[in-house]
Design a protein. Structure first.
Length: 362
């Protein structure tokens, strides 16, 4: 095996700590060609589609990648912004804010973001952290609930990168934070702020990304962790069980997925006389195609078409300060025991100024 070339090792170099935020991914553009590249990578992952290659490959390359890219491109075009894909924009912003938040609290670590599928890739960002002097890297997937098709897949990509590297950094990874108190608090504040502005609906519907039911039966903890997140959020908001519903979205293929499904549930609520609902996606930390197009467009239309009167989508955590604080606390907790690098000169100067100001006030 050939390993990537390394710069000469320098004895006595201090080494730095890096944090790599990992999100699912997004195409480079809302075009059929870009979607074909993206979907080929995404749907080739054996963690995502657990079907033997000999059976899946003809379906993927003979049917899906010929038909689905054009249809998906239209959906992406409906939510694309001047800055690009919302998922890419929010993830990059979270990395920037996390770097600043940690630096202000005496942890001036390197922070980068990567996508499991698409760009920037996990391998390229690990290379960049290593080139910047990182000898310790915390991999922090932006998936609060663990699933084999998300968290484990991201760590597969990290492992693939490790096989190509001669001098590996010390690596740690965060598996889950579905029950983290600050994450739950950030969700609750998001809901409460919405209610304060818009009033409260008759039901709060939590829509999590779906996975095949088969994965639950095979031992994947995702379903359980979604229910734990929902229960903790309901308790924090002081809601009765009947006031909150948990559903699962984004079903693909003919197999049974986790139920209840989001869109049929919203249709049934409208037909049963529920006039207003508030819908939130706690498992997504950044708004993306699945939240902005599927939930805020398709499911909205289905609910209103079935007789509902008011449909309110509550945006994802995105750049909410409470979420960035939660993300920082999770990172700090998992970096315990690693050397804390000295704050940058600017931060030291700011600390001296505050100390002098406090002395003058006394």
């Amino acid at each position: 095996m050939t390993f990537a070339p390394e710069p000469p090792y320098r004895h006595g170099s201090a080494g730095r700590t890096g944090v790599l935020l990992v999100n699912l991914g997004t195409p480079d553009a809302p075009t059929p060609a870009a979607l074909r590249r993206y979907l080929a990578q995404f749907l080739s992952d054996p963690r995502v589609v657990e079907i033997p290659r000999w059976a899946w490959w003809p379906i993927l390359h003979g049917i899906i990648l010929r038909v689905r890219p054009a249809r998906s491109a239209k959906k992406y075009a409906s939510i694309w912004t001047e800055a690009g894909s919302p998922l890419a924009v929010w993830t990059a912003k979270q990395a920037t804010l996390l770097r600043g938040f940690l630096g202000e609290r005496g942890h001036p670590v390197l922070v980068r973001h990567a996508m499991r599928y698409g760009n920037p890739s996990i391998a390229s960002q690990l290379d960049a952290l290593k080139a910047e002097g990182a000898t310790r890297v915390l991999v922090l997937p932006l998936y609060p609930q663990y699933a084999g098709s998300t968290t484990a897949s991201a760590l597969d990509a990290v492992t693939d990168w490790m096989r190509q590297v001669r001098h590996l950094p010390e690596l740690r990874a965060v598996n889950r934070y579905h029950d983290d108190p600050l994450y739950i608090e950030a969700l609750a504040r998001r809901v409460e702020a919405h209610w304060q502005r818009e009033g409260r609906g008759e039901r709060l519907v939590l829509s999590f990304h779906g996975v095949p039911k088969r994965t639950l039966l095979l031992g994947d903890p995702y379903h359980c962790e979604c229910l734990v997140t929902a229960r903790l959020l309901r308790e924090r908001l002081g809601l009765d069980p009947a006031q909150m519903l948990v559903t699962f979205q984004s079903r693909f293929g003919k197999a049974e997925w986790l139920q209840p499904y989001t869109e049929p549930t919203l249709i049934e609520l409208a037909r049963s006389g529920v006039q207003r609902v508030d819908v939130m996606c706690p498992g997504f930390t950044s708004d993306c195609l699945e939240t902005l197009e599927e939930i805020d467009q398709e499911v909205r239309e289905a609910f209103l078409g079935a007789g509902g009167q008011a449909y309110h989508y509550i945006p994802c955590l995105n750049d909410d300060p409470a979420w960035i604080a939660a993300l920082a606390a999770i990172a700090i907790r998992h970096m315990q025991g690693w050397p804390v690098e000295p704050p940058a000169a600017g931060l030291l100067a700011a600390q001296r100024e505050r100390a002098l100001a406090a002395g003058a006030a006394d």
